[in-house]
Design a protein around this ligand. Structure first.
Ligand SMILES: Cc1cc2nc3c(=O)[nH]c(=O)nc-3n(C[C@H](O)[C@H](O)[C@H](O)COP(=O)(O)OP(=O)(O)OC[C@H]3O[C@@H](n4cnc5c(N)ncnc54)[C@H](O)[C@@H]3O)c2cc1C
Length: 393
C-alpha cells in the first residue's frame, strides 16, 4: 500500500509513532527509504525533509555527479559497478516511470603528466577538432587516455525516482518540516510555510517518536547527532564551490550543448553543462568550525570564488589555459557560485555509523553517488539483518 505525502502544514500527521524515522530527504535519505521499504516492509517508516524533493538545500542539489572508475580503489570496484548500473536503470529498480535522465555517458578524457601511463599522445586531429589544444597546454600532458565508461549523474533526478518509489512502497514522506532531536526516540517537527512576505515561517509544531532514527542530513549530520544523542562524530566540513565557464567560441557545441567528454587534468574535472563547462576543482582541506564562506579579492575586485580556490586556479593556469579565459565566471558574491557544505569523513568515503543504540548516521562525503548508494543499501540490509549484498553475488 502507498504511503502518505504530507507536504502542507494543514495536513495533520495522524500516526505519531514509527518503527523508523529518517531525517533528511536528499539522495541518501530517499534511497535508504526505498531500500528499507523493500528489504524491511514490516517496519513503519517516516522521512522528514525540511524542503520539498528534490531539495535545493544540500549536496544533492549541487553534486557534480562525476562517476570515474579510475578513482575507485580495487576493494570498492564491485560496489561502484553495482551503483553505476543501478543509477543507469532506475525505472526498473524503483518501478517508477519518469522521463528524467539520471546518467550521462559522456566518457572521460584523462590528460596525464606522466608519459608511461597506458595512453599515448592524443591523435593530433582529435586534439584540434575538439579544441583541447586551446583549453590545455598539451605540451604539459604528454599522455592521455579516454575512458568510455566515464559518466556523470544527476543526484537530483535519482533522488526523485527513489522518493516516489519509496512512497509507492509505503513510506510516509513529510516535506517542509524541520526536525529537531528532543531525546533519544523523539523528534520535534517544525512545519514550515511561506508567509505573505515570502519568508519561510514555522506555522506549527508536532512530535513524533521512533524506535530507530537515521540521520542523513549531509553536512548537518554531526551537529544533529551531537544535539540529540550527545555523541561526537569524527566528521569535518568544507565549503565546496563549482564555478562555471560560460558559453565560449572555443567550446565545440552540438545542438546547443557542449560536445566534449568530461576532461580530467591536474586533479580538476571539467564537465559539460549546457553551453558551458562546470569546473570541479580538487577537494579543499576542511574549514575551521564557524568558517563563513567569503569571496576573494582579485586585484581589488571582490569575486564570488573563495581565496583558496582562486589560488588553486592561478597555480594551475599555466597547464589549464581555460582557467584564464574571460568566460570563466568568478561571480560577484559567493551566492553567485554553485556550492554546498560537504562532509569530510576520516577516510573520505561514504559511510554509516551507529553512534548510539537507536541512532544511525549516513553520509555521502565526497565519494561518488555510486558508492553513496551502495552505503544506503548496505545500511538498509544491515537493519533488515540480511547478510548478502547485490554487489557480492
Ligand atoms: C562537494 C561534493 C562533491 C561531490 N562530488 C560528487 C561527484 O563528483 N560524483 C558523485 O557521484 N557524487 C559526488 N558527491 C556526492 C553526492 O553528492 C552525495 O553523496 C549526495 O548528494 C549526498 O546527499 P545527502 O542526501 O547525504 O545530503 P544532502 O543532499 O545534503 O541532503 C540532506 C537533506 O537534509 C535536509 N535537511 C537539513 N536539515 C534538516 C532538518 N533539520 N530537518 C529535516 N531536513 C533537513 C536538507 O534540506 C537536504 O535535503 C559530492 C558531494 C559533495 C558535497
Amino acid at each position: 500500500m502507498s504511503g502518505l505525502v504530507i507536504n502542507r502544514a494543514d495536513i495533520v500527521l495522524k500516526k505519531t509513532s514509527y518503527d523508523m524515522a529518517i531525517v533528511g530527504g536528499g539522495f541518501l535519505g530517499l534511497s535508504l527509504a526505498f531500500y528499507l521499504r523493500k528489504l524491511l516492509p514490516e517496519a513503519s517508516l517516516l522521512l522528514i525533509e525540511e524542503e520539498g524533493i528534490p531539495s535545493e538545500q544540500g549536496m544533492t542539489h549541487v553534486s557534480p555527479g562525476i562517476l570515474d572508475i579510475s578513482q575507485v580503489a580495487s576493494k570498492d570496484k564491485a560496489k561502484f559497478a553495482w551503483g553505476c548500473k543501478t543509477l543507469s536503470h532506475l525505472v526498473q529498480e524503483t518501478g517508477i516511470q519518469r522521463s528524467d535522465r539520471v546518467v550521462f555517458k559522456s566518457g572521460i578524457r584523462h590528460f596525464v603528466k606522466d608519459n608511461w601511463v597506458k595512453g599515448q599522445a592524443m591523435p593530433l586531429d582529435e586534439t584540434k577538432d575538439k579544441g583541447f589544444d586551446q583549453m590545455l597546454a598539451l605540451s604539459q600532458f604528454p599522455s592521455s587516455f579516454y575512458d568510455a565508461t566515464g559518466a556523470y549523474a544527476s543526484a537530483e533526478a535519482a533522488s526523485l525516482y527513489y522518493g516516489y518509489g519509496a512512497v509507492k512502497l509505503g513510506l510516509d514522506l513529510m516535506l517542509n518540516a524541520r526536525a529537531e532531536p528532543i531525546g533519544e526516540h523523539k523528534l520535534r517537527l517544525k512545519r514550515l510555510e511561506y508567509n505573505r512576505f515570502m519568508q519561510r515561517v514555522v506555522v506549527k509544531e508536532e512530535m513524533v517518536q521512533a524506535e530507530t532514527v537515521i540521520v542523513a542530513l549531509g553536512a548537518k549530520t554531526a551537529d544533529f547527532v551531537e544535539e540529540g544523542w550527545g555523541e561526537l562524530l569524527p566528521y569535518k566540513q568544507v565549503y565546496s564551490q563549482y564555478p562555471r565557464i560560460e558559453v565560449d567560441k572555443r567550446l565545440p557545441l552540438k545542438e546547443g550543448k557542449v560536445d566534449l567528454p568530461i576532461m580530467a587534468a591536474r586533479g580538476f574535472y571539467f564537465r559539460p553543462q549546457g553551453e558551458g563547462l562546470l569546473i570541479i576543482p580538487p577537494p579543499l582541506p576542511a574549514d575551521p568550525k564557524g568558517y563563513k564562506p567569503e569571496g576573494a579579492n582579485l586585484l581589488g575586485v571582490r569575486v564570488g570564488v573563495r581565496r583558496e580556490l582562486l589560488e588553486l586556479f592561478l597555480e594551475a593556469m599555466p597547464d589549464l589555459s581555460l582557467l584564464g579565459w574571460e568566460s570563466l565566471n568568478l561571480g560577484k558574491t559567493v551566492a553567485n557560485i554553485r556550492a554546498a557544505w560537504d562532509v569530510i569523513t576520516p577516510n573520505g568515503e561514504a559511510e554509516w555509523r551507529n553512534p548510539s543504540e537507536n541512532c544511525f548516521a549516513l553520509v555521502g562525503a565526497q565519494a561518488s553517488l555510486a558508492h553513496a548508494l551502495a552505503k544506503a543499501y548496505d545500511l538498509a540490509a544491515h537493519l533488515a539483518k540480511l547478510n548478502t549484498r547485490p554487489w557480492s553475488n
